[in-house]
Design a protein around this ligand. Structure first.
Ligand SMILES: Cc1ncc(COP(=O)(O)O)c(C=O)c1O
Length: 223
């Protein structure tokens, strides 16, 4: 890997526009249109690299959910080999060796009872699938009244509507309230902010666990 040079000037959208190196208008629907973002062209290990060669330490790995780093030769090799054989086969009709092997590996590594995998493309989709799986389980058991999700305030479970409904991040939920399915939110596990000094950690833990139990019993009474 080349020597890291954090002092090198960066290449942002604005600078590239000034130098006439990209069109003045962007047609990308950016999250924050007012921010002049760097134009990245590559990645090596934990670094992202912009058009001027400036490196950015990708310390949280994007949104803190990716662990493979950038440009790892083994990852690229595996991707290439697979793409040369088969890119996609619909799971309604086919299975494949990579899917079977990965599911087997994960099942062997998981705690007892977790022995099947449901492959999806994002955390939000995984939450949607988990919500639907839980609902379907109770419908098939003959308990169709069960429909409320209980989660903790401040939790983030993704940006699709079901995941947003389950999440307890109030400012993200605010404007979409009427579209969200029913969820009950209880206190976060956050002793740093929420534990009074005259409460022990153990007492705090019990209080927070009891809150979950109370919410479950409360919902049971209502349904
Ligand atoms: C706990 C948790 N659940 C779900 C998600 C959503 O994942 P994605 O951004 O891949 O949809 C995230 C993303 O940060 C997360 O941290």
């Amino acid at each position: 890997m080349k020597e890291v040079d954090f002092d090198r000037p960066g290449a942002s959208m604005g600078q590239l526009k000034e130098r006439n190196e990209i069109p003045v208008e962007t047609h990308v629907f950016h999250r924050y249109p007012a921010i002049d973002m760097p134009m990245v062209v590559g990645g090596v290990g934990p670094y992202l690299i912009d058009e001027n060669g400036k490196r950015y330490l990708d310390a949280s790995s994007g949104a803190a959910v990716s662990c493979l780093g950038h440009n790892h030769p083994a990852v690229i090799d595996a991707l290439k080999k697979q793409l040369e054989q088969l890119a996609f086969a619909h799971t309604s009709f086919f299975t494949s060796r990579p899917a079977e092997e990965l599911a087997g590996f994960l099942a062997r590594s998981a705690p007892g009872g977790l022995d099947h995998c449901y492959f999806l493309s994002s955390g939000s989709e995984a939450i949607e699938a988990a919500l639907k799986l839980a609902r379907q389980y109770y419908v098939e058991k003959g308990e169709p009244k069960r429909s409320v999700v209980i989660s903790r305030l401040q939790s983030y479970h993704g940006n699709t509507l079901g995941a947003l409904a389950a999440g307890g991040n109030l400012w993200r939920r605010e404007q979409f309230g009427p579209l969200l399915t029913k969820a009950v939110h209880i206190s976060p596990c956050y002793p740093y902010r929420d534990k009074p000094s005259d409460e022990t950690e153990e007492e705090y833990g019990h209080r927070i666990a009891d809150e979950l139990e109370t919410a479950i019993l409360d919902q049971a009474r209502r349904t």
